[in-house]
Structure formats: C-alpha cells, structure tokens
Design a binder for this molecule. Structure first.
Ligand code: CP
Ligand code: NVA
Length: 327
C-alpha cells in the first residue's frame, strides 16, 4: 500500500482497503508506543499545524505523533499567522510547502482545505472542517475494532445533528467499511441528499445499510454503537441553541436509549461533550434551558458502556498512522 504524497482531506478520497490499512497501521503503532519501541522514522522532517478553530485532542495528537515519529512541529493559531487576512490560502500553501513536509489544517469550509491542498506540494491533512472530520473517524473505527474485533456488519447509530462534520464523515466511513449506519434525528438534521446518494452507491458494494429514522427507540434497537456529538458546533452562532434544544431533546443519549440498544452496546462521542454543568458553555446552556446535561446524560457518559477516553487516545495513534503513511 503506497500512500506517500497523498492528501488526507476526506474519506471519500480513500478506498476501503486504504482506510483498513490506516486503521491496522495505527493499531501497530499503538502497540509500538505501548511497548516503548522507537518509531522515529521521519527524523529531520517538519510539519505545520494551522488551527482556525480551537482544539485539544487534534492539536495534541498531531504534536505528540509528530514528535514520536521524530519530526519538528510548528503550531499556528488564528491570531498568529497572516492566513486569510493578509495572505491567501493559495499563497500560504506555496510558502508553507516550501518549508514543511506536511500541513494540517482545521477551519471552516471544506473548500478551504481543498484549496490549500491544491496549491501545496506536500501532503495536507484535514484536522476538521464544517463538512468533514476524517481523522476522527479513523480513531472511532480503531476503537470499534478493539471492542468488537470487526467493523463489517456493526450496527452504528448516530443521534443528533447528523448534517455536520461528524454525521457526514461517519456516514461515509460506515459506507466505505461496511457498517450499517443509522442517522436518528428529525428529518431536517439528516445529511445532504447528494452525499447520501454517494454513500448509498458505496454501500451497495460494501454491503452497508444507510438508514434514516426519526424514532430513537426504533433506531437504537439492537445497536452495537450509539454515537453522538454536540448539538451546536464550533463556528455556529449561540442563538441556534434554543432551536437545537427544542428539536433534539428527544435524541439525547440516556440510560433508556442504552438499555434499548442492549448491554453489549458501547457509547461513543468525539468530544468535547456537554454531559454536565462543569464547563462554561455547558453550565450556561443547562441553566438557561433548565437541564443537567445536553447531548448525553452524565450517567451514560461515565458508565461502563462509554469508551470515549479510549476513543480520544486513539486520535493520536491514528493521526500518527496518517502522517506515517503519507510522508
Ligand atoms: N474530537 C476533536 O476533534 O477534539 P478537539 O476539538 O479537542 O480537537
Ligand atoms: N461537530 C463538532 C465536532 C468537534 C470535534 C464541531 O465541529 O464543533
């Protein structure tokens, strides 16, 4: 499998075999890290990390993975570079790719990261856009494989706003890897119909099912994985909270939902999560709308069925695999 020089912008650009290869490579790199086997095979290389939105997991994963591989890292936050305000994406791409061996980008529209890749002569990795979050899906699928020993045939149910980066990318990932994907939300939160059509075509070849269901009890019956994400994403205005709380409250992941799925089901979340009132935004929203938690109850988040921290750790191993394979 040769992925050298390839960008990692969205899973649609990768075959099922390539995605499987990256997940297996991540598992191998995880073993190496745990047993203290050095794997600094990219010594002498350098990468740039551009973040136009905030991050904990993605930034830390890129930084630690790069260092484990022997590389140097430069972090550029929105205030610390000329990007967008004084310098176009095309010019930034040409400058950075003459200095660095790889570029990570987290920001707004998918077209920005695509533009960066178009003008860059080195691999560009998508660290989250409004539309897609592909490195997250690799971590999620590695976690599912660790839990169930397989991906094919897994019943994967996503509750909540399924038309944003997580819902879109998970649907593509499930279609590519043969998991049965159910999006459960009111109809207006279902992914874009063009993307659904594309995923249905892929699913025909992999045996995946793509299902849309408004009833959370029907959707989660016999699910292996219950997945959710925040109801308001980075970059969205605060005023959409009222509408989201109103529309999505019946889709909160509760003990009742987990029971309906069955005791072997796992709970997943890309994080960060508003599962209690211990964050500034979480507290403000909970107080305003008179609740204790938002997209998932604290009981489920802290339960035995929750694999959210294993999932978070796997961000690092899978991001490492992407850099290892493409550099
Ligand atoms: N899941 C995820 O991308 O987390 P960060 O926003 O902390 O990077
Ligand atoms: N949908 C979330 C994902 C965070 C990892 C957001 O874009 O804010």
């Amino acid at each position: 499998m040769n992925l050298k020089g390839k960008d990692f912008l969205k899973l649609l650009d990768y075959t099922s075999e390539e995605i499987e290869y990256l997940i297996n490579l991540a598992a191998d790199l995880k073993k190496k890290k745990k047993s203290g086997i050095p794997h600094d095979i990219l010594k002498g290389k350098n990468i740039a990390l551009i973040f136009e939105k905030t991050s904990t997991r993605t930034r830390c994963s890129f930084e630690v993975a790069a260092r484990d591989l022997g590389m140097g890292v430069t972090y550029l936050d929105p205030g610390a570079s000329q990007i967008g305000r004084k310098e176009s994406i095309a010019d930034t791409a040409r400058v950075l790719s003459s200095i660095y061996d790889g570029i990570e980008y987290r920001g707004f529209g998918q077209e920005i990261v695509e533009e960066l890749a178009k003008y860059s002569t080195v691999p560009v990795w998508n660290g989250l856009t409004n539309e897609f979050h592909p490195t997250q899906i690799l971590a999620d699928f590695l976690t599912i494989k660790e839990k169930f020993g397989r991906l094919k045939g897994i019943n994967f149910v996503y509750l909540g706003d399924a038309r944003y980066n997580m819902g879109n990318s998970l649907m593509v990932g499930c279609a590519k890897m043969g998991l049965n994907f159910t999006a459960c939300a009111p109809e207006k939160y279902f992914p874009d119909t063009d993307l659904v059509d594309e995923c249905r075509k892929i699913a025909k070849e992999t045996g995946a099912k793509i299902i849309f269901e408004e009833d959370p009890v029907k959707a989660t019956k016999n699910a292996d994985v219950i997945y959710t994400d925040v109801w308001v994403s980075m970059g969205e205005p605060e005023l959409v909270w009222a509408e989201r709380i109103n529309d999505l409250s019946d889709y909160q992941v509760t003990k009742k939902i987990m029971k309906n799925a069955g005791e072997d089901a796992i709970f997943m979340h890309c994080l960060p999560s508003y599962h209690d009132k211990k964050t500034e935004i979480g507290k403000r929203i909970c107080d305003k709308f008179n609740r204790d938690s938002v997209e998932v109850t604290n009981e489920v988040f802290e339960s035995e069925q929750s694999v959210v921290f294993q999932e978070a750790e796997n961000r690092m191993h899978t991001i490492k695999a992407v850099m290892y394979a493409t550099l």
